[in-house]
Design a protein. Sequence first.
Length: 290
Amino acid sequence: MNIEEIALKIEILDRQNLSKSAEITNYTQSALTSKVKKMESEIGQPVFKRTPQGLKITNVGIQYKNYLQLITQEYEEFLQSVGADQMKTKVNFGASHTTIKIYGASIVNALNINNIPLDVDFTVESSNALNEKIHNSEMDCALTSNPIKHYPDLTYDIIATERFEVISADTHIINFDEPTPLTLLVLSKSCMYTRAMVEFLTKNQIPYNIKEIKSVSSIQDFLQINNSIAVLNSKLIDLYNYTNIHRYNLQLNNVINTVFIYKKNESTKNSILQLKNVIEFILEPIEKAL
């Protein structure tokens, strides 16, 4: 039983908005559209009506959603009856905004597919905040951009090498040799990508203001505003199929290591090692492809 696939179907049917579901589930909107078509093919009837106001669930869709929710409830009751929840080890795991969007769903899927008995609670914050929380024993481990400060009691294992890019809409390409005031669009004001770009703008005396846009897909919409640029992980740009953009080759270091952080005295803790192994397995083919 693929309970994650069932949960995804319930999310799609319940929200009736593929764009918002894409943001929450880390799937692309086109992937969710394909899943809707597959659902309707399996049932033989439409689960949504297409209206000028958007998707509206049909009576068949409501019945199907209720059926899926019943399966989920019965499955959870079964797990409780056999004590499955008690067998899982809880791990408080942190990730940056970028990391959770790129790898979050893959990590959960890998844990479920391989029946790894870990109950992972995700916390999404900046790399510096996650770093401090692990140091203060408020969190077990984290996957995030390599923070500036390294605590002597923590281990920082490099898991992947990330690249970020500076982009704008190709309809208004920015001339960085002119001190035109810019709007910098970012996922998080405190992330390492933002810090690197701010240092570049400050060094080159380019006036700017920062707008934090939590939605990756919405950043491309905001790029239509004149004199707007964005700084994003290259994988996110590809994942969300950005089109009609201009990529800049600026004189700044756009390579940042992604690290797995945990306490040195917990280096042999089985739950942390299991999660680290899962993450390394997921990222290995990605790194080889780069």
